[in-house]
Ligand binder design. Structure first.
Ligand code: SF4
Length: 138
């Protein structure tokens, strides 16, 4: 079964800081044709690099106070469309990201504190019946 994965884990330089977070197990899955990489933030039209963002009460804010909820939501929808097209039933997503984080995300104060919750794309994956985990669960 096809797996959807965070593109930064597959080595794509799509993170807010212009870097990747390569994960050997994820790269192997993509190379074997078992996984498809997506970056919901880029799919939502955000630039790379970009300011970091965090979630507060369901809305997403950049560090400078710009509300980027619309871009995050559009990108998550585009990414789930690709997941559906590929027949994906599960996702391996970057831990703690405001898009991809599973079970734990930053608390919106940009101080590194974590709270229970999912990123915008991870939540949409769950709503659409995909099982979700992070690279740290592999
Ligand atoms: Fe990686 Fe997801 Fe952030 Fe894109 S949105 S850089 S795939 S964690």
């Amino acid at each position: 079964m096809m797996i959807i994965v965070s593109a930064c884990l597959a080595g794509v330089h799509c993170r807010y800081d212009g870097n990747a977070k390569p994960c050997e197990a994820v790269i192997r899955l993509v190379a074997e044709g078992k996984a498809i990489p997506v970056c919901p933030e880029q799919l939502g039209g955000l630039t790379t690099p970009r300011q970091s963002s965090e979630i507060v009460n369901g809305r997403v804010w950049m560090r400078d106070g710009t509300d980027v909820t619309g871009a995050f939501t559009r990108g998550a929808q585009e990414a789930i469309n690709l997941a559906r097209l590929a027949g994906a039933t599960s996702a391996i997503l970057k831990a703690r990201s405001p898009s991809c984080g599973v079970g734990r995300v930053y608390d919106g104060t940009f101080t590194g504190r974590l709270i229970p919750g999912d990123g915008i794309f991870a939540a949409l994956c769950r709503e659409n019946g995909l099982s979700v985990k992070t690279e740290e669960d592999l």
